[in-house]
Design a protein around this ligand. Structure first.
Ligand code: ATP
Length: 248
């Protein structure tokens, strides 16, 4: 059934600088309350897909030239990033993008800027974020520049959560992090999904880790989906094992 379909990306093409065709007709679906992994190597088009969904292409001189993107049945290609946040969709960009000169807590609070439900509600969300990220609570007064890579990634995710999203687009959360910290971040994603019902669409090159935590996965190669399926099925797929997990 389509009843719990949250996001429907249907055959999108994306072009940068009017000439470079990067997505050649990508389709994917995300069910409400699921964790979906967008997999593929360097330059496959993962980031571009996330940018298309959250409308961050314009700043990159990119545009969706074909296809449709629907959130709960509503076409969203023409919405601004702020309008996407209003509809409960936020993106955590690759490379973390914490404000280096702000404290962890100040960074988190910037994530609540679009909210109109008052200070008390924001304070409640802040405590909730700290309950998921106890490390951030410990480091709340530290300038982000002086925190670890893992803490900065957690800060970036925490800041996105301050908008009270229903869906988080997470770009390469594992990038540059030690394996143990990657596992810690993925555990928190799983918890947020299970306990708060937050839906995640995450782009990852770390196929093994992503498929351990996701419900469903899509594999992109050169701007096309070449394979998709339940995460457990992809983990057992011979091509995935050989080319993406290195266990084939
Ligand atoms: P990565 O893990 O390296 O981010 P990716 O799968 O996310 O890879 P994209 O970042 O979406 O891939 O890039 C897909 C292709 O689009 C690459 O060939 C890249 O060089 C190109 N590209 C990305 N951003 C732009 C841009 N702003 N202008 C022109 N080309 C771009």
């Amino acid at each position: 059934s389509n009843a719990n379909l949250l996001l429907n990306v249907n055959g999108i093409k994306v072009i940068y600088n009017h000439v470079i065709l990067v997505l050649k007709g990508v389709s994917l679906q995300v069910r409400e309350g699921s964790i979906v992994a967008l997999l593929g190597g360097n330059g496959a088009g993962k980031t571009t897909t996330l940018r298309a969904i959250s409308n961050l292409l314009e700043g990159e001189r990119g545009e969706v030239t074909k296809g449709a993107i629907e959130l709960r049945g509503e076409r969203i290609e023409k919405l601004s990033t702020a309008q996407m946040v209003e509809r409960g969709v936020v993106q955590v960009m690759e490379g973390r993008h914490c404000f280096a000169h702000l404290s962890i807590e100040e960074n988190l609070l910037t994530g609540a800027y679009t909210r109109k439900d008052g200070k008390a509600a924001v304070a409640t969300t802040l405590e909730k974020v700290y309950s998921y990220f106890p490390r951030l609570k410990t480091r709340r007064g530290s300038q982000a520049a002086y925190t670890s890579g893992g803490e900065q990634q957690m800060c970036a995710i925490g800041r996105a959560l301050m908008a009270n999203p229903r869906m988080v687009l997470l770009d390469e959360p594992s990038m540059g992090l030690a394996p143990q910290i990657v596992a810690e971040v993925f555990e928190i994603v799983k918890d947020l999904n299970a306990r708060e019902g937050v839906t995640f669409l995450l782009a990852e090159q770390n196929t093994g880790m992503a498929l351990r935590y996701a419900d469903y996965g899509y594999i992109l190669e050169s701007g096309r989906v070449v394979l998709d399926g339940e995460a457990h099925a992809l983990r057992e797929n011979e091509d995935v094992k050989e080319f993406y997990l290195g266990t084939g």
